[in-house]
Ligand binder design. Structure first.
Ligand code: NDP
Length: 335
């Protein structure tokens, strides 16, 4: 069983030398356990925060242990009557080829149906990132038909789902993304009404002019994935009583946190801003997954994936994602 461990913590930017590839045997199964062969690993921005030894909502990734993370795969051996060989499952198996799972533990493993939804999408649109978009939109932003919803990192795993969910509620959906290819995908494939390329702008004031053209009636709901200049520019276009779902601030993950330039606009516009962590809202997952599964099954949400080949490619793919080199949900196909 090939595995990737966190070998040492980054000093400043993360690098491939923080990780180590090792090989070990999988232990024999005990009663209640199953052996899962991973087809795909999920690479997610939150993993960068957990590489640091800092206090956060989740404990740091322990050194010398397999990098933790979401996985999809199939049961190849079972000592649990509820799971049969061949079952397709979503779990939290980490950066390795196989995992041994105590399948009766709450939340450890979930069987999934791949008739209408490809297995890999259970790590993206019909998985944690999709539910993240759903929670921020439905529970925090509370959109009304006709309102304008904006999301940063719009072509990504969370952002793409946000657009489909906002359109399904009769909203105007506007994305912000890096580069013409991502912006074209956001409007042409994902069905957003407009997309602004932040890389064409060198400061928040210039970017906010482009956002104004895309949002002629201002912004009622903003789903924040990025922080920094992008957030500043959106803040300049917020309507009175708008809502911000503060989901992520990836621009500041791999180094210094990025400051916010216009906090006073939260006051003058009476904005409701709320941060959230999707794993603390498990009660909403079934409803969200149901809606997301329907959107994907019916072709109304067509998520893109960036797939790195082979377990050994995980560190470089992960570091690339932090720099925006992914185009859609970043996965690793475990060979
Ligand atoms: P994505 O698939 O969106 O990939 C990350 C994207 O972020 C990149 O493709 C890039 O897109 C963008 N990005 C990276 N660096 C910068 C930068 N410096 N400035 C602007 N954009 C940048 O990732 P996810 O959909 O998985 O995650 C999106 C956000 O959601 C992250 O911030 C993540 O931490 C957060 N999240 C939060 C959760 C919660 O519970 N609160 C749960 C899940 C995710 P581009 O090229 O367009 O810039």
């Amino acid at each position: 069983n090939k595995q990737i461990l966190l070998d040492n913590r980054p000093q400043g930017e993360a690098s491939a030398s923080n990780f180590k590839l090792v090989e070990s045997d999988t232990p024999p199964l005990k009663d209640g356990e199953v052996l899962v062969r991973h087809h795909f690993l999920s690479l997610d921005p939150y993993m960068r925060g957990r590489m640091n030894d800092a206090k956060s909502y989740a404990a740091p990734q322990p050194l010398g242990q397999v990098m933790q993370g979401g996985t999809v795969g199939e049961v190849v051996e079972s000592r649990n009557p509820k799971y049969a060989v061949g079952d397709k499952v979503v779990g939290f198996g980490g950066w390795q080829e196989y995992s041994v799972v105590a399948a009766d533990q709450p939340g450890a493993l979930r069987k999934v149906d791949t008739t209408h939804v490809p297995l890999s999408h259970y790590l993206g649109a019909v998985g944690m990132p999709g539910v993240t978009a759903w929670y921020g939109l439905v529970r925090i932003i509370e959109p009304k038909a006709g309102q304008t919803m904006v999301v940063s990192a719009a072509s990504g795993a969370v952002g793409s789902a946000f657009g489909a969910l906002a359109k399904a509620r009769g909203c105007r959906a506007v994305g912000i993304a890096g580069g013409p290819d991502k912006c074209r995908y956001v409007t042409e494939e994902l069905g957003f009404d407009a997309c602004v390329d932040y890389k064409q702008h060198k400061d928040a004031s210039s970017l906010s002019k482009a956002i104004k053209d895309a949002c002629p009636d201002g912004i009622d709901g903003y789903f924040e994935n990025v922080g920094g200049m992008v957030m500043d520019a959106v803040m300049l276009r917020l309507n009175a009583h708008s809502r911000i779902a503060l989901c992520g601030m990836i621009a500041g993950y791999d180094g210094q946190p990025v400051p916010m330039s216009y906090p006073q606009l939260l006051l003058t516009n009476r904005v409701r801003l709320q941060g959230f962590i999707v794993s603390e809202h498990m009660e909403d997952w079934p409803q969200a997954l149901q809606e997301l599964g329907t959107l994907v099954g019916s072709g109304k949400l067509r998520p893109r994936e960036s797939v790195a080949q082979g377990l050994a490619s995980a560190p470089e793919a992960f570091l690339g994602m932090l720099k925006g080199r992914n185009f859609g949900k970043q996965l690793v196909k475990v060979s």
